[in-house]
Design a protein around this ligand. Sequence first.
Ligand SMILES: *[C@@H]1O[C@H](CO)[C@@H](O)[C@H](O)[C@H]1NC(C)=O
Ligand SMILES: *[C@@H]1O[C@H](CO)[C@@H](O)[C@H](O)[C@H]1NC(C)=O
Ligand SMILES: *[C@@H]1O[C@H](CO)[C@@H](O)[C@H](O)[C@H]1NC(C)=O
Ligand SMILES: *[C@@H]1O[C@H](CO)[C@@H](O)[C@H](O)[C@H]1NC(C)=O
Length: 483
Amino acid sequence: MIISLTRCLAFVSLWCAVAASNIPSRTVTERGGEPQFVQAHPNGKFAVNGKELEFVGTNAYWLPTLNTEADIEHAFKNFSARGIRVVRTWFFNDVTTIPQNSNWLQLIEKGGKTTLNTGPNGLQKLDLVVTWAEKTGVYLIPSLTNNWNPLPPNGSPSRRYSGEVEKRWSNVTRPRNYLSNDYGGIDVYVRQFECSGTHDAFYTDQNIIASYKAYVAAIVGRYKNSPAIFGWEIANDARCFSSVGASGSCTTQTITNWFSILAKHIRAIDCNHLITAGTGGFYCLGCPKLFPHSCAPAPSPAPGAPKARAVSKAQIVRERIDELKKTREEKIRSGELPRDGVKVRGRWAATEAQKRGSDSTTGSAFDGSFGVDSEDILNIPEISFGSFQLFPDQDEYGCPDPHLSRFNNSLQLGLSWIQKQGATGKCFGKPMALGAFGLVTQHNAPFFVPFNSTIAPFSSHTHGKQHTTLSAGLLIHPFASFP
Ligand SMILES: *[C@@H]1O[C@H](CO)[C@@H](O)[C@H](O)[C@H]1NC(C)=O
Ligand SMILES: *[C@@H]1O[C@H](CO)[C@@H](O)[C@H](O)[C@H]1NC(C)=O
Ligand SMILES: *[C@@H]1O[C@H](CO)[C@@H](O)[C@H](O)[C@H]1NC(C)=O
Ligand SMILES: *[C@@H]1O[C@H](CO)[C@@H](O)[C@H](O)[C@H]1NC(C)=O
């Protein structure tokens, strides 16, 4: 049955009218009583109907590509049986020609004409995903587009955001929909619209913005009353560049401004659901802000609880140096390092790691290298909660401690990355959600073609080592098996 708008009512004609379209609407499967939507609290928690919603989540980008309703039903029953409450998935599937026997959502033709697939292998497949989420009590975080859509080389090398000339991928190709980053997204728009051809045209070209807004309106408008939507994710891991390079003019403010436009657009269509950006969580500590922040007053902290605080660059450097000292002291205690006081200390003080830690850079996750300032984005009023990701073998989350193994460095830096994100969320009075985590292992490396290369394309230093990598947008998922 169709549930009438309640909270939205006052705004229907004014705000929600934007979503009006001639696509047949869908009905909402009730969860019992009035629809209850997820709310974000300044204390960092999510709640439904006044009760805390425990965020136990997974990624299943592939859900809308399953062939039968029985497969979708099984997947959701499996999520639910395992206590998974939140599932992040792809609500985009852009193609440039209509595929014969597979699912697709939007055709983007050369010149920029777009067609939405309203058929059983299009929107109706999304309907099934949302319906089964509603029936099983699972919440969805639908991501609406993707930064990553690698194609085989097309000739000239592209410029990365950093200005370096990027080596193109090997020529290995795989069938469509083989990887999570193979469902279209930003690069398909910039290729098909034949604008400046740089990746960041997506954030500034008025025709592309209008087209993406129309797609978002169709999807968000369709499910704006569903209690199964946890919140909308504007884009997976948006950056200035991808396998298509950036123009010289893309800055963190380009991307923040774009997120603000899209967040306002979604809020005008759907006043029920939360909105998140979907970024990797990268900081740009020294960048000028479009949405300058000051910490929200602490929401009456429990006695003795640590105070919420902003993360400053100086603080990150100080914390890292403290961590390095601590691990070194532990090594000395356990006899792994000689205890020779000043001399060792002097030598340690001169290590590469500390030099890097104490100068202006603490790695690409903090210096705006990707054109993303997640703090500025988090402070956009329409953004309800923060998103970040963790891909330990491709991104630098701080300077590694030379006394630790590669594994333990990843572990420590990953934990401190999560803590920093938590502190940022507290400071802004918004919850934070880890949206994706991925690690290349011996077992799965061969499947990450075309990201499987001897040079990590997005790493600013590769030490000349054999190194496999994968897209930051690639999601590890426990249920699907690779072919
Ligand atoms: C999980 O999925 C499998 C199919 O892969 C299905 O046979 C099984 O019944 C599902 N489990 C639950 C609890 O629904
Ligand atoms: C890719 O293909 C081009 C043209 O077919 C060829 O010249 C080049 O050597 C190939 N590169 C690799 C890494 O195979
Ligand atoms: C990581 O550190 C722990 C102690 O903190 C140690 O037991 C373990 O062997 C280390 N692992 C690696 C791979 O170095
Ligand atoms: C991918 O990486 C694995 C592990 O390093 C390697 O064995 C494999 O040959 C690579 N595949 C391709 C296509 O480069």
